[in-house]
Design a protein around this ligand. Structure first.
Ligand SMILES: [Ca+2]
Ligand SMILES: [Ca+2]
Ligand SMILES: [Ca+2]
Length: 790
């Protein structure tokens, strides 16, 4: 028992309480701190000062533009709704022209326009004042964005008296103490979401919706709404809450040259406070185009900033890096001719053959001023507008796209001089004048319809051509319904249709889905009159365009199928795509996980495979199998490098030739992540010249000879050298099918067992090759052997 005089604390000690602020004393300079940028007008300069409250440094804030301009730290993911935190900090201002006392706030920005003053202090000029208080985050507050900053009280026009509102100040010893942040639950998809042999969904390790296919330089890029961003499976049940589009401010990018093996390029942080375009909050439904502007090839990524507006960012390549040429949204309430469009989103670009560019956008409820039947059948909620030559501005007035039963997702491609506009149809209801029967020939709810026009800006209802794709639930069953979002792209002379379906979500959770969508592709077929044959959705997907070439360095985050792995971005550029491109590694590799490549062409044979790996525990290994995850092992890389360090490890291979699905299976101790993998490279075995060698020791006139013959089985002439201990002979230009032959005299009556070496030199596919064949012969004793050759 404790002694009675031990005081009982007023509240139980919170053993888990922790300081959530990093570098709160500024002893590591400005690390983890930045200037509040919640509003476009907020700005200030942060510098380190030696006038510290404690330690050797503090932060000095100067050039404040607004009352909110002050040092900020991101606590997103660290603070939790309903929890109470203790906040302390020291603050000082010294401007002799400022008031003798001044109030300061510690404030949280929860994203958008949501700010909450947490703790305040009234400081005396020239003295360090202490923030010392508690705050409780309301249980209903979304904390997906939570950024703490220090400021002076708000006023509308602070520059009218900067000494009162915008004075410099110093800050030190910031702490926010409370419950430790919750461990981040794993998002890794443990089931095989894309089954071996199937090509849909395109990837099984993450989600992605609203795919927009884009072809550049022999490669297909697919830009996707990052549905994985808010995916948060319950650690016990494995079921995630339903998707929340409001959380999505990233675009996922994958690419392929064969449409089966896809490279994960990770996420582009498009919107939000740390986004390329921080004046936008969301990034849905991407669209991509390229154009040469002022002599420079540029890439333009359009996206929906929620339902209210659309925007564009600019890439130096399809993989970025990305910049924003705009400081406000591209399509919004100011866009001429689009005033009546409820949802100014889903922007899809088209660059025509003549260089003129167009943007298609819009969707949502029809204007209530329309008669009910028109609202349903011809809601006139889609628009086409010309893009400026810079691709980041619009020209003139947007034109109505009178797509029957239109809902959203307009996209245009051009084929044989005709423009094709596809779109998603609505489900009726109050937004469209109630539930009605569509006009004869018009699409039903949740289908992809299309129109054909001779003019990219002219889309009267008469250009409607039919249903391109019925609802995906017709093919993928319960839980996969809902609206869709499609694109059509051309790759190597064929047309492909992209759409999404929550098929991976369904494989994780059975028939219940939570709205997490996966990208699919089907090939598009045209009738002689230019109309499109209705697309059938299948798990089989499209044919692999070409075999995979393994004889180069390629990303480990490229695979056709996978089990139990995740990917993560790392610094330093891509081994395959260059220093400016994003690079990912395969992680969350447990014993039994695997990744696989479809139809790898090893040609005449691989000599070795090299993996760039980072061992995390001892005893891991990578096994190579052909045709399946449990097929025989044909090569093993022991992952035995120094723990935590990137290293290249090689396994020799033998007999790996021809075309196979390649499975990299991962093994090692259970219950821990084994290693991470950045890239692979196979090396081809040296090709060999086909020569057939025969060697024999024989007797002629009581003397022993060694006869060596080499037949050239190659399709071109080769040089052949025959070599024994009794002599050597070279024959140049032995024709295909011809022989080099020599009987080497031993000058003895007998020879022991020996061998002859044949060296063939020639060329295979333009490369000089030397092949050496060694063949053994038996000994012969001519005195004892009655079988004398004549
Ligand atoms: Ca300090
Ligand atoms: Ca795993
Ligand atoms: Ca990589």
């Amino acid at each position: 028992m404790l002694a009675a005089w031990f005081a009982v604390p007023a509240a139980p000690v919170q053993a888990a309480d922790t300081n959530l602020i990093v570098n709160g004393g500024f002893e590591e300079g400005l690390g983890s701190w930045f200037v509040n940028n919640g509003n476009a007008t907020d700005s200030a300069t942060l510098s380190v000062t030696t006038d510290a409250y404690s330690g050797s440094s503090a932060v000095l804030v100067t050039n404040r533009a607004t009352t909110g301009s002050g040092p900020m730290q991101d606590l997103s993911g660290k603070v939790q709704a309903g929890q109470t935190y203790a906040l302390t900090a020291r603050i000082k201002y010294e401007n002799p022209n400022s008031p003798a006392t001044k109030q300061f706030f510690a404030t949280m920005h929860y994203g958008g326009g949501t700010y909450t003053n947490l703790v305040s202090v009234t400081a005396t000029r020239g003295q360090w004042a202490q923030f010392n208080g508690q705050f409780t985050i309301p249980a209903t507050q979304s904390v997906s964005t939570a950024r703490l900053f220090f400021e002076t009280p708000w006023t509308s026009n602070p520059s009218s008296d900067p000494n009162v509102h915008l004075m410099d100040f110093k800050l030190d010893d910031v702490s926010v103490v409370g419950a430790a942040p919750p461990p981040t639950p794993s998002k890794t998809i443990e089931v095989v979401g894309k089954l071996p042999g199937e090509h849909n969904p395109l990837i099984g390790h993450k989600f992605g919706a609203d795919g927009f296919g884009f072809t550049h330089d022999g490669r297909v890029y697919l830009y996707l709404t990052n549905d994985t961003q808010g995916y948060a499976p319950n650690p016990t049940t494995g079921v995630s809450p339903s998707i929340n589009y409001g959380n999505i401010n990233q675009i996922t990018l994958i690419s392929s040259t064969d449409l089966v093996n896809w490279t994960d390029h990770g996420e582009i942080q498009v919107a939000g406070p740390n986004g390329v375009a921080p004046f936008t909050g969301n990034s849905w439904a991407p669209g991509m185009a390229k154009k040469v502007v002022n002599g420079q090839e540029k890439f333009f990524l359009y996206y929906a900033n929620g339902g209210g507006s659309s925007n564009v960012i600019t890439g130096a390549s399809p993989l970025g890096p990305w910049t924003s040429e705009r400081t406000s949204t591209l399509i919004d309430g100011r866009t001429p001719g689009a005033e009546a469009v409820a949802w100014k989103f889903d922007p899809a670009p088209l660059v025509d053959d003549d260089g003129e560019a167009y943007l298609y956008f819009g969707g949502g409820p029809a204007a209530t001023s329309m008669p009910a039947a028109e609202r349903f059948n011809n809601p006139k909620n889609l628009r086409a507008i010309k893009l400026g030559s810079d691709m980041v501005s619009t020209e003139g007035t947007s034109a109505v796209v009178d797509a029957p039963v239109a809902f959203e997702a307009a996209q245009v491609f051009k084929r044989e001089g005709k423009y094709y506009l596809s779109y998603s149809s609505h489900f009726g209801g109050n937004d469209f004048g109630g539930n009605q029967t569509p006009l004869p020939g018009y699409p039903g709810g949740g289908q992809i319809g299309y129109m054909i026009s001779d003019d990219p800006m002219s889309w009267p209802k008469e250009t409607y051509a039919g249903v391109l794709f019925p609802n995906q639930s017709q093919f993928f069953g319960a839980g996969t319904g809902g609206n869709n979002h499609q694109s059509v792209f051309e790759y190597e002379g064929k047309y492909y249709f992209t759409y999404h379906a929550p098929t991976l979500n369904k494989r994780i959770n059975g028939n219940t889905t939570q709205g997490y969508r996966s990208p699919h592709i089907q090939q598009l077929a045209f009738n002689p009159d230019g109309t499109i044959q209705q697309v059938v959705g299948t798990y089989a997907g499209v044919d692999q365009v070409r075999n995979f070439d393994p004889y180069r360095v390629f990303e480990a985050e490229t695979f056709g199928w996978s089990k139990g792995v995740a990917t993560a971005k790392v610094d330093g550029g891509s081994p395959e795509f260059g220093g400016a491109a994003p690079n990912l590694v395969v992680r969350d590799i447990d014993n039994g996980d695997w990744t696989a490549l479809s139809s790898v062409d090893f040609g005449d044979g691989a000599q070795s495979v090299t993996a760039k790996v980072r061992p995390l525990v001892a005893g891991g290994k990578i096994e190579l199998r052909l045709g399946g995850a449990t097929a025989p092992v044909v090569g093993t890389i022991p992952v035995d490098g120094p723990l935590g360090e990137w290293t290249e490890l090689t396994a020799e291979l033998d007999g790996v030739a021809g075309v196979h699905d390649v499975y990299f299976t991962y093994a090692g101790p259970g219950g821990v992540d084994l290693f991470e993998i950045d890239s692979w490279a196979f090396e081809a075995g040296q090709p060999e010249l086909p020569v057939t060698v025969t060697v024999q020791a024989r007797c002629i006139g009581g003397k022993a000879y060694v006869a060596v013959q080499a037949r050239n089985d190659h399709t071109a002439a080769v040089g052949i050298t025959l070599e024994t201990v009794y002599g050597e002979r070279s024959v140049a230009n032995v024709a295909p099918g011809g022989n080099a032959f020599q009987q080497f005299a031993t000058r003895a009556g007998s020879v022991p067992v020996g061998s002859a070496t044949v060296r063939a030199t020639g060329s295979i596919d333009g490369e000089a090759v030397t092949t050496v064949v060694t063949e053994q012969y038996s000994g012969v004793d001519c005195a004892a052997d009655p079988r004398q050759a004549q």
